[in-house]
Design a protein around this ligand. Structure first.
Ligand code: NAD
Length: 349
């Protein structure tokens, strides 16, 4: 198959492309604007493959998109390009409205026109896969409730509102124009090659530099953690075998309080990078004023994808976090380069 991936130089997109090149025979065309979050070094392992090509492009550019559709002729679109950091969406929401909403609309329209003109047989094979987040559901009030595919949307941040909006557009393009779509909503991803502004890499790098480890509020917010390579496998499963028009929730069965996550990382660092006797990385933890609109708990019920498509996560949080910390310790040079002088781990928490 020919797969057009948007946002393939980002954290999850690059894991998807590495998976596609290493585990399938598919051809991949990566389009990415290369914002601060996009980094082609994440694709170094596969960039020489004759089945891979890259084009630097903003998904809001309809004319350039049309050209790529007509030359590459994709069977599948996997749409991951987005502005993805909640803190940044509070500071500069305009970028989120532009890429996540206008960009998704632009891509949908180009895909629809391309799809309409396809021969019947190829037309049946075509899929538009929109990759989204569990944050569209808002937060959970009690400790036993889980998000299911039909949970109502109640986004809290400009980021989650823009993703919710793009989900609605994708569903509308199915209901109104019959464009063959699938949607996935997943929990927090972690793993290799994540830009060091998100919780896990930020904590690892700040701890190694002896900087404080800022935790929002009391640190008791709960997130479900999904190892990025499990996610990439799940996405391939959905796009190749999922039912048209359906949504699938993807989760890692790893509900943890933020403070637990940070303490686990500190313990692993105590073992792998011990400091003078008696000193522990946990000493660096500091609590900072909570983020506005901070959701307390997200938790995913991933029964549908497990039952219908047979996907389950392979990593537990314990195995995944160990691999992740080890990877960052072995790839400090990558972290230095992606920070590129513009970003110095200064996000609040
Ligand atoms: P990321 O920020 O690491 O990567 C996003 C990529 O999109 C970057 O390479 C960036 O250059 C590119 N991009 C941004 N604007 C663009 C534009 N206008 N045109 C073309 N490319 C553009 O994000 P991620 O963590 O890899 O997330 C990928 C997708 O998965 C997003 O849609 C996000 O909402 C969703 N998601 C992420 C998580 C998570 O925990 N990271 C969880 C749930 C859902």
């Amino acid at each position: 198959m020919k797969i057009l991936v948007t946002g393939g130089a980002g954290f999850i997109g690059s894991a998807v492309i590495r998976y596609l090149i290493q585990h399938t025979q598919d051809e991949v065309y990566n389009i990415d604007k290369l914002t601060y979050a996009g980094n082609l070094e994440s694709l170094i392992d596969i960039e020489q493959s004759p089945r891979y090509q890259f084009h630097k492009l903003d998904i809001c550019n309809a004319t350039a998109l049309q050209q790529i559709f007509s030359t590459f002729r994709p069977d599948i679109v996997m749409h991951l390009a987005a502005e993805s950091h909640v803190d940044r969406s509070i500071d500069t929401p305009a970028d989120f409205i532009q890429t996540n909403i206008i960009g998704t609309y632009t891509l949908l329209e180009v895909a629809r026109k391309y799809w309409l003109a396809l021969d019947t047989q190829v037309k049946q094979k075509f899929r538009f896969h929109h990759i989204s987040t569990d944050e569209v559901y808002g937060d959970l009030e009690n400790s036993t409730e889980l998000f299911i595919e039909s949970s109502p949307y109640a986004p809290s941040s400009p980021y989650s509102a823009s993703k919710a909006s793009s989900d609605h557009l994708v569903r509308a393009w199915y209901r109104t124009y019959s464009l063959p779509i699938v949607i996935t909503n997943c929990s927090n991803n972690y793993g290799l090659y994540q830009f060091p502004e998100k919780l896990i890499p930020l904590v690892i790098l700040n701890a190694l530099d002896g900087k404080s480890l800022p935790i929002y509020g009391d640190g008791k917010q709960i997130r479900d953690w999904l190892f990025v390579e499990d996610h990439a496998r799940a996405l391939y499963c959905v796009v190749t075998r999922g039912k048209i028009g359906e949504t699938y929730n993807i989760g890692g069965h790893n509900e943890k309080q933020n403070i637990e996550v940070v303490k686990t990382i500190c313990k692993i660092l105590d073992e792998l990078k011990p400091q003078p006797v008696g000193w522990k990385y946990e000493t660096l933890i500091t609590f900072v004023k909570d983020r506005p609109g901070h959701d307390l708990r997200y938790a995913i019920d991933a029964t549908k994808i497990e039952k219908e498509l047979g996907w389950t996560p392979q990593e537990t949080f314990e195995t995944g976090i160990q691999k992740t910390v080890e990877w960052y310790l072995n790839n400090l040079e990558w972290c230095r380069r992606v920070k590129d002088g513009r970003y110095q781990c200064e996000r609040l928490g």
